[in-house]
Design a protein around this ligand. Structure first.
Ligand code: XLS
Ligand code: NI
Ligand code: NI
Length: 437
């Protein structure tokens, strides 16, 4: 029997809207059927290992503020196992079906690659056993190719081939671990795949290398039986000045240019969208339009700060609009909703981690319920459909089919004269969303 780390906390229950218990769900009733399926199937929530089990609240101005009771042993493997015990205790008490990790969240790097690989084998065996005992599954794995100083000039886009080889070897270990653990997806977030100065950068060559690396990883995993999705996670900047996977549209262009569209989809993160100058819902819609909406990294930014604050999501208005996109597009392709979010560094109690996740899960559940209400019980869909009604028949329909030439349009415009002014009715749509609660 392993140590219990979250001693005063039991299994989190759904208690409904009237409850004032911070350690209970108010909206996330996992079996409640909304839009044809239970909430838990829409959401497929995941806990992010790095924020919840690893991060200790250090920032560029100050030392870590949190003491993690599983982070005590001097021995790397014992410490990794304690951390994993804590992870599975947290995840099962919270009642979340999935988790996500970077390789080095699971166990510390070692002096050599082969020693690191051995450590990863020990820990994937341990994780496999934990997954079997609890039924918790791996939503996605990834490799951290950005923290170690060796990656300061990039990983797969490093101008030094030796670093590219090293990064590839590390990715192979993480792919193996993901496959051993029946991970459903694999993520690539290119934290250092970009540049700090264009002056010293051959951008085209670096992007070709990134594509080469992704292709190799995909080929290797497919050859070894991996059936899941590969996700690219766009982010415009931080830590680099300019990241190559800038936003959804840029990443889609990249995926198509390099012929990766059959295997790669997108993992959209809220705070990355806002850093790129977009809304979360915009990024979801761009991915959905291309059939590439794979997964979500849930968090929120701070609208006064220009960095990835990774706060827990509680903005119900933003989430409702996003869930409208999700419901209308038919859901996520293979992914889930991963809380890529951390408690603030002055939130130092262990139960703060539970409260943060519960609030985030409730916010998403509530947003989905509201979005479903908007789609079913209001004029929202009808209004939008009617807005485009002029293309449903007549010349509009011919135009959509490509049956009209520019000369035809010129004739039509000349015979009809100045078009009628039609209101966009933005406030009416906003009123519908605001009244959905
Ligand atoms: C950082 C990213 C990272 C990825 C996984 O901003 O969000 O956490 O999700 O490497
Ligand atoms: Ni992320
Ligand atoms: Ni992020």
């Amino acid at each position: 029997m392993s140590t219990e780390f979250f001693k005063n906390i039991g299994k989190i229950k759904y208690e409904g809207r009237e409850s004032d218990n911070p350690l209970a769900f108010k909206w996330y009733d996992e079996d409640r059927v909304v839009a044809g399926k239970p909430l838990k199937e829409h959401m497929r929530f995941a806990v992010a290992y790095w924020h919840t089990l690893v991060n200790k609240g250090g920032d560029p101005f100050g030392a870590p503020t949190e003491t993690l009771p599983w982070d005590k042993s001097e021995d790397a493997i014992t410490r990794a196992k304690d951390k994993m015990d804590a992870a599975f205790e947290f995840i099962t008490k919270l009642g979340v079906p999935y988790y996500c990790f970077h390789d080095i969240d699971i166990v510390d790097e070692a002096p050599t690659l082969s020693e690191f690989e051995k450590r990863m084998h020990t820990m994937t065996d341990y994780a496999k056993q934990k997954q079997q005992e609890t039924g918790v599954k791996l939503l996605w794995g990834t490799s951290n190719l950005f923290s170690n100083p060796r990656y300061m000039n990039g990983a797969s886009t490093n101008p030094n081939f030796d670093v590219v080889a090293y990064a590839s070897a590390q990715a192979k270990i993480a792919l193996d671990a993901t496959m051993t653990l029946d991970g459903e997806n694999y993520v690539f977030w290119g934290g250092r795949e970009g540049y700090m100065s264009l002056l010293n950068t051959d951008m085209k060559r670096e992007q070709d290398h990134l594509a080469q690396f992704l292709t190799m990883c995909k080929d290797y995993a497919r050859k070894n039986g991996f059936k899941g999705n590969f996700f690219i996670e766009p982010k415009p900047m931080e830590p680099t000045k300019h990241q190559y996977d800038y936003d959804a549209a840029t990443s889609i262009g990249f995926i198509n240019k390099y012929g990766l569209q059959d295997d790669f989809k997108l993992n959209i993160e809220v705070n990355h969208a806002t850093l790129a100058g977009h809304t979360f819902q915009h990024e979801l819609q761009v991915a959905a339009n291309e059939g590439l909406l794979g997964s979500i990294d849930a968090n929120r930014g701070d609208y006064q700060n220009g960095w990835d604050t990774d706060q827990f999501p509680i903005d119900i208005y933003e989430i409702t609009e996003s869930m409208l996109v999700l419901l209308e597009t038919g859901g996520l392709q293979g992914g889930g909703i991963n809380f890529d979010a951390k408690v603030r560094r002055n939130s130092t109690d262990l139960d703060d981690k539970f409260i943060a996740h519960i609030a985030g899960m409730d916010a998403f559940a509530r947003g989905l319920i509201c979005a479903d209400h908007v789609l079913k019980n209001t004029n929202y869909k009808k209004l939008r459909t009617e807005r485009y009604a002029s293309f449903d028949n007549g010349d509009g329909a011919k135009f959509e089919k490509g049956d009209l030439s520019l000369e035809d349009l010129s004739k039509i415009a000349n015979s009809k004269g100045e078009p009628q002014q039609i209101s966009g009715k933005q406030e009416l749509y906003e009123q519908i969303i605001a009244n959905a609660y």
